[in-house]
Design a protein. Sequence first.
Length: 106
Amino acid sequence: MQRVCFLLKVRADRIDEYRVRHEDVWQEMRDALTATGWHNYSLFLREDGLLVGYLETVDFDAARAAMDATDVNARWQAEMGSFFEELEGQAPDAAMRPLTEVFHLA
């Protein structure tokens, strides 16, 4: 399994709403993530809007491509895009740049 960690930045004026939106992620979205190979997926949000995402998957590029092919992901990304800073016209999931793992305690 690949362990993938990424960072995004939630706009300061949207942090509270972002938290609320993630209290009830659509079941269809949850099902699609699982079906396309996103496992142990977590999001952590700091008070200043720094978002840390973590997931495990066999192949991150394949898992991301599979999600890109779903209708539910297109709808979710369209709704969530305005929550983030510095996307430069990209959908939030396209802006995910995995961090390089430098240590792992097995």
